[in-house]
Design a protein around this ligand. Structure first.
Ligand code: IMP
Ligand code: MG
Length: 368
């Protein structure tokens, strides 16, 4: 592990893997540009190492030039691309090979594309050492890709974090912060609310209950709240996007905390995927889905008992209760599979005293 400024990074791509990627790209460029005297146009700063390796391997005549563009600050792309050092030679009628260290959103490529179109080059191809398909938002074709990588922030081999790390001969990726993010499930009457409150205090987590988030946004008439209400008023389900955007805001607010307990979310695979992406962007992930398990007859008994004192009409009728339990299992079956596949599903026996059940949950969480 290495540390650059405030962040820690772990080894990710070895020198040998980088070398294979370079050889692959260089061989294709040699094939395509044989006898053509291309101009290699490196994009500074990041591409200096990759450019020199590719150019060294080019067998014919070529010219070399650089431009300097910048779109990143820290570990976040600003979206805006600045030209810090423009073209210093006319490229009209030339064969150009753009050499990039990494293509992320594609913003940099897009602005290069317009520069080269204005130059009236004869043709240009794009070579990049690393490519993040999940982050790429443009349609411009990338001709030579050394290696596709997941949407992680990396450093080394030309790439930096706030100026540092470019000289590293292998690539490292940002170490995930150790947060505990629990997706808590349980059929109605399983004691989820009680346990969530206890766990939240024990582990210093933020409890995000979709129901509460909805009520808060609607009560305070936030833009998202009003949107959600417009669907609910028509008796329609609130679309995933709206729910996800509300959660995003909640997660951002607690950035840097110890973690979250998600309660009532995700409900669909699309939401589970959105949650993964959302947490990923904060440098963390779902640690576990924990489901409280209680057999149906006991749930019915508990809820009927609760109905006598709470006055909740949906707790008073056995048929309604059984229906709610059935809906719960229908909804969660697919999510159980989703987390099982990642070895993140844990079923916990929800029958016993409150403290016994808490202890079982702690046994799972402490071993994550
Ligand atoms: P794009 O414009 O979003 O495609 O980003 C391209 C530029 O962002 C690259 O040339 C890098 O300077 C920077 N960048 C993107 N991803 C990373 C990364 O994982 N580590 C370091 N810099 C990156
Ligand atoms: Mg770059």
């Amino acid at each position: 592990m290495i540390q650059l400024h405030d962040l820690k990074f772990t080894p990710f791509i070895s020198e040998a893997e980088i070398n294979d990627a370079i050889e692959k790209v260089a061989a294709k460029i040699n094939e395509d540009f044989e006898g053509k005297t291309p101009v290699f146009l490196g994009v500074l700063n990041g591409a200096f190492l990759f450019a020199s390796e590719v150019i060294k391997r080019f067998k014919g005549d070529c010219e070399v030039n650089f431009v300097k563009l910048s779109s990143y600050q820290g570990t976040e792309t600003s979206g805006e691309v600045n030209s810090l050092m423009g073209l210093t030679q006319p490229l009209e009628g030339r064969h150009v090979v753009v050499i990039e260290d990494i293509v992320d959103t594609g913003n940099t490529l897009e602005s290069l594309n317009s520069i080269l179109e204005a130059e009236k080059v004869k043709e240009f191809k794009i070579a990049t050492l690393f490519y993040k398909p999940e982050a790429y938002k443009k349609s411009l074709h990338i001709d030579y890709v050394g290696m596709e990588i997941p949407n992680d922030f990396i450093v080394g081999y030309g790439l930096d974090y706030d100026g540092l790390g470019r000289n590293l001969t292998q690539v490292y990726k940002l170490k995930e912060s150790k947060m505990t993010n629990i997706v808590l499930f349980g059929p109605p009457g399983a004691g989820k609310g009680t346990q969530a409150t206890i766990l939240k205090d024990t582990y210093n987590l933020k409890h995000i209950s979709t129901g509460d988030v909805f009520r808060y946004n609607i009560k305070n008439e936030t833009e998202l709240g009003l949107m959600a209400k417009s669907y609910m008023d028509q008796g329609q389900l609130v679309p995933d996007e709206v729910t996800i955007d509300m959660l995003k805001a909640e997660v951002r607010q607690a950035k840097g905390g110890k973690g979250f307990i998600f309660d009532g979310f995700p409900r669909t695979v699309a939401q589970a995927e959105a949650l993964e992406e959302l947490l990923h962007n904060e440098g963390t992930s779902v640690s576990a889905m924990i489901a409280l398990e209680v057999e149906d007859d006991l749930l019915v008994e508990r809820l009927l008992e609760r109905g006598k004192t709470s006055g909740r009409p949906d707790d008073a009728n056995e048929e309604v209760i059984r229906k709610r339990i059935k809906v719960y299992y229908e909804e969660t079956a697919i999510l159980k599979q989703f987390y099982l596949k990642q070895n993140k599903y844990f079923g916990v026996n929800g029958v016993g005293s409150i403290s016994e059940i808490t202890q079982r949950l702690k046994d799972v969480i402490d071993n994550l």
